[in-house]
Design a protein around this ligand. Sequence first.
Ligand SMILES: CC(C)(COP(=O)(O)OP(=O)(O)OC[C@H]1O[C@@H](n2cnc3c(N)ncnc32)[C@H](O)[C@@H]1OP(=O)(O)O)[C@@H](O)C(=O)NCCC(=O)NCCS
Length: 195
Amino acid sequence: MTTRHDEGPVALSGHRVRLREFTLADLDGVRGVVGDDRVTHFLSFNTRNEEQAQELLRTIVERAQQRPRSEYYLAITPLQPESAADVDKAVGFTRLQRTNEHSGRLVYAIAHAHQGRGYAGDAVRTLLDFAFGTLRLHRVTAAVGPDNRAGLALVKRLGFTREGVLRDHVRVSGGWRDSVLFSMLAPEWPSPRAV
Ligand SMILES: CC(C)(COP(=O)(O)OP(=O)(O)OC[C@H]1O[C@@H](n2cnc3c(N)ncnc32)[C@H](O)[C@@H]1OP(=O)(O)O)[C@@H](O)C(=O)NCCC(=O)NCCS
């Protein structure tokens, strides 16, 4: 289920999760991801406090209004929440940044308490269907830290190809970190559904 990306908000359903636009009411969910060292340790920025998380959320909501859209920064919500408090709760995010007309860059993260349930795998698969199907992108990349076992497992399981190492790619907590660059091309994606 989705709406046309060029006409309104994006809403996509996978098997386990739904991807929807963030709203300003998602601060708790955003903090659960960007405010937790256990998650941000593997991302390209340092942990954010409440004010910084609020600013990030405002930016995400603003950018979602831009046309043409340069990014799809979507909230991941479980289709079968474990508790009433988790209904429609943003337990993570997927971000697809358009790098040019034909390409995009992917980032994904799940709050620590909700990891290991297949949410990220389903979210990324659903977003790639959208990227290759609806947006007609040709190439999507993901840059993952060399020690990030869960992040690496996910792109490998989805069939991404390893391209090489981006040296000193991100600066976090006062140090430089390499990334391993992975890509998926449209003809390699098993079943892009134009949704
Ligand atoms: C990477 C991340 C998004 C995975 O989220 P998740 O919802 O737990 O992922 P899934 O449950 O869909 O599992 C994805 C794969 O990782 C594996 N995995 C999960 N945790 C793992 C761990 N600690 N060590 C090794 N593998 C792990 C799973 O077994 C699965 O692989 P499989 O299908 O081959 O078994 C999550 O760990 C996270 O947010 N990490 C911090 C942010 C990040 O690293 N983002 C990626 C870089 S952009």
